[in-house]
Design a protein around this ligand. Sequence first.
Ligand SMILES: Cc1cc2nc3c(=O)[nH]c(=O)nc-3n(C[C@H](O)[C@H](O)[C@H](O)COP(=O)(O)OP(=O)(O)OC[C@H]3O[C@@H](n4cnc5c(N)ncnc54)[C@H](O)[C@@H]3O)c2cc1C
Length: 402
Amino acid sequence: MNFRDNPEEAVFRQEVREFIAHEYAGDGEGEARGAAQAAAQGGPEAMARYQAWMKKLAKKGWIAAAWPKEYGGAGMTIMQQFIFNEELALARAPRPGGIGIAMAGPTIIVYGTEEQKKEHLSGMLSSDVIWCQGFSEPESGSDLASLRTSAVKDGDDYVINGQKIWTTGAQFAHRMILLARTDPQAPKHKGISYFLLDMKSPGVSVRPLVNMAGTPGFNEVFFDNVRIPKNDLLGEENRGWYVGTTTLDFERSSIGTSIAQTNAVEDLLVWVKDRRGAVQPTVRLELAERAIEAEAARLMSYRVISMQNRGMVPNHESSAVKIYAAELNQRITGTAMKVAGLFGQLNWTSKAADGSAVQRWTPNRGRFVRGYLGAVASTIAGGTSEINRNIIATRGLGLPRD
Ligand SMILES: Cc1cc2nc3c(=O)[nH]c(=O)nc-3n(C[C@H](O)[C@H](O)[C@H](O)COP(=O)(O)OP(=O)(O)OC[C@H]3O[C@@H](n4cnc5c(N)ncnc54)[C@H](O)[C@@H]3O)c2cc1C
């Protein structure tokens, strides 16, 4: 990895930096990716702020960094995408993404008919149509190919019955990328199809799930004889598994996450420095470790991006970054809770026994406890640490499967 930008990259970095400086009125909500996630984390106001920033990026043509220009994307090279994401993360500005831009759109570009491209891509680019991902089911998460939601052909429609779970943002979404089983007799990877479901279809019901941080981020989604027109099948019937894996091949750089972690450590240091007397000296060592680890995470992301830049496909290397970043997230938020002491448990909306508000006692507006509880999910979402360790063991170290 060459850590220095070449002349063209330096010019592009400057352009991104200046655009952010002029256009982004920072409010530190840079973690959210996608309108649904912003809304789930911060409510309708956060969603409106996110949408306004996305409109500015859209006007500049930067909403879909990885999409080809002919489909309204920015057509950025791998290094440009990296610089773009890095600069947004450094400025703590939300990065465009979400299920529509990062997953559904690129998959439609590869597998969609001209009609499907025309119907769906512009709504993603304008941020007006929000997408969710209906892959996981109660008995099918890591072993996704065992999914049981059924799609039975009936005239010009498919009739869907079954249930999805952990569907982030389904309560706000207009459309869902949905995997359902069209051939129950076929081997499990070969009987699945990929649909673009209209969430307003009769028979779709969404039941929010509140996580232990008190955030209604994800949902259960039920399908009761839902009819999907055959035009909303993406790719070939029974080839949905392969369409689904394509979905995951776009915009994989984790540089934003590692910079967000460096930012989190920096925020913690500022908080500690403001309260010198109140913080245990032993915590210093822990803070130093977190700062070093955040730097290590950044360098690991550089490794993945430099492989991509050379046309290689990172595999177990991406799994190593995912595990390290997810576990580091838990360590950073754990350190924050330790630093904040008992008061760290207070949330912004907590109440004392007599019902009075406790906000004046709540450190960092309750962000520490929210981050700590929210970080539990980081070793589960997007592939669990155990599954990623399996990948490192078999594909990285060449160990036998059984
Ligand atoms: C915050 C969050 C948001 C999510 N959003 C979405 C979404 O929008 N759409 C969507 O479709 N899904 C979503 N998910 C679901 C996510 O993809 C699954 O939780 C994940 O794939 C794990 O599946 P599972 O929960 O069924 O756990 P399981 O697969 O049942 O795993 C349970 C435990 O067993 C372990 N395990 C399983 N198989 C193996 C194995 N072969 N070897 C070793 N250990 C194993 C796992 O590591 C885990 O510890 C989300 C999850 C979270 C936490």
